[in-house]
Design a protein around this ligand. Structure first.
Ligand SMILES: [Zn+2]
Length: 362
């Protein structure tokens, strides 16, 4: 079956593809986590969990899509392709594969990175009962990021201020301030939240129910938006001194990057799913990566995310500027060409095969 056919136009279609592939392969576990809200067409939303292999397998490979909502167009297509090509449906002895589809279904359906709470889920796994990570750089840029007057003089002034900030501090400082995660501006971008979101609580329940017994956990979190078009960068989401980095490189190769080393297209971020995994499964040996598929140049992606926030905060969805910015947002996280879809499927197959081989070897 051609890889292109596994991808979907809309969230609801992606969900159908996923559940059909699970059913056709007689997955021993199919679990539904209904979301309390609906999508733009009134469609039901849910996170779904499918397992292949035994419930008590000592090693679990967890493959997750749509942490960042709209990025689920890619992640869901990869998950369906993995099931259709039988890479994951008959895992090696001692290994189970757990596919979590649309962890942020609201963002997926509405074409946003954020959850219904306006939160970046990959910044939401902070410990909210203690001091939250600081990102003082965000306060410096907050006023320019989503100007109310997006298409007018206020918007032009904001762009000029951002250009001056980059000139003074460097592009890396701008990217870090904007994308590193912040807990101070709920209306802003890359906001980590003030409490666990529905999506975080859902993942924590899934981990407790289906991964809590595992001694070794491989984690592949499927993302898009950073890096060269179609390339899948394996990003280690922990600190450079974390011993799991060496293990990730042993599994996947020396091209595993680490934001804390400065080797990644991603700035270091705080409150990630990996933080949540370690908190939920403190005894397990973790080998996590974000598999980040490139789409458009970095500045275009950041502009698209800012525009999306403007649409939902000020502009509205049902007139020409809003429609254009939503199309730009989609193009920044999903490249709708056959070549791109085949490239991401080939890459995710290769990565998953390596993870399964490493987990089977023990
Ligand atoms: Zn992402």
């Amino acid at each position: 079956m051609d890889a292109v056919s596994h991808f979907a136009e809309r969230y609801s279609e992606a969900r159908t593809h996923f559940l059909e592939a699970a059913r056709d392969n007689a997955a021993p576990l199919v679990e539904h986590h209904p979301h309390p809200l609906v999508g733009p067409a009134g469609e039901a939303l849910a996170t779904e969990v499918v397992r292949f292999g035994p419930a008590d397998a000592p090693a679990v490979l967890l493959i997750n899509s749509a942490t960042h909502g709209i990025e689920g167009f890619c992640g869901s297509g990869c998950q369906v392709a993995l099931m259709r090509d039988e890479v994951v449906v008959q895992p090696p002895p001692g290994v189970a594969v757990l596919l979590v589809h649309a962890l942020n279904p609201h963002g997926f359906a509405w074409g946003r990175r954020v959850t219904e709470e306006g939160v970046d889920l990959n910044r939401n796994f902070a410990a909210f009962d203690g001091p939250l990570p600081a990102n003082p750089g965000y306060a410096d840029i907050a006023a320019w990021v989503v100007p109310e007057d997006w298409h007018g003089p206020g918007g032009e002034a904001a762009e000029a201020a951002i250009a001056a900030y980059i000139e003074a501090h460097g592009h890396g400082a701008w990217q870090a301030a904007l994308t590193g995660g912040q807990y101070t501006h709920p209306e802003g971008l890359f906001y980590g939240g003030a409490a666990p979101t529905w999506s975080r609580e859902t993942l924590e329940r899934v981990l407790a129910d289906h991964v809590g017994h595992a001694q070794r956990v491989g984690f592949i979190d499927l993302h898009t938006g950073l890096g060269p078009t179609g390339y899948g960068e394996p990003i280690f989401p922990g600190a450079p001194e974390d011993p799991a980095l060496a293990r990730a490189r042993a599994w996947y190769g020396a091209d595993v990057t680490c934001p804390g080393e400065g080797t990644s297209t991603s700035a270091p971020v705080q409150g990630t799913l990996y933080d949540g995994l370690r908190r939920a499964l403190p005894e397990a040996e973790h080998t996590p990566i974000a598999l980040e598929f490139g789409t458009v140049p970095l500045d275009e992606m950041l502009l698209a995310v800012r525009g999306d926030h403007w649409v939902h905060r000020y502009g509205g969805l049902n007139h020409a500027p809003g429609i254009a910015l939503k199309a730009r947002m989609r193009a920044a996280f999903y490249v709708e060409t056959d070549a791109w879809k085949r490239a991401v499927v080939d890459r995710s197959h290769a990565i998953v095969r390596r993870a399964l081989a490493a987990l089977a070897a023990g």
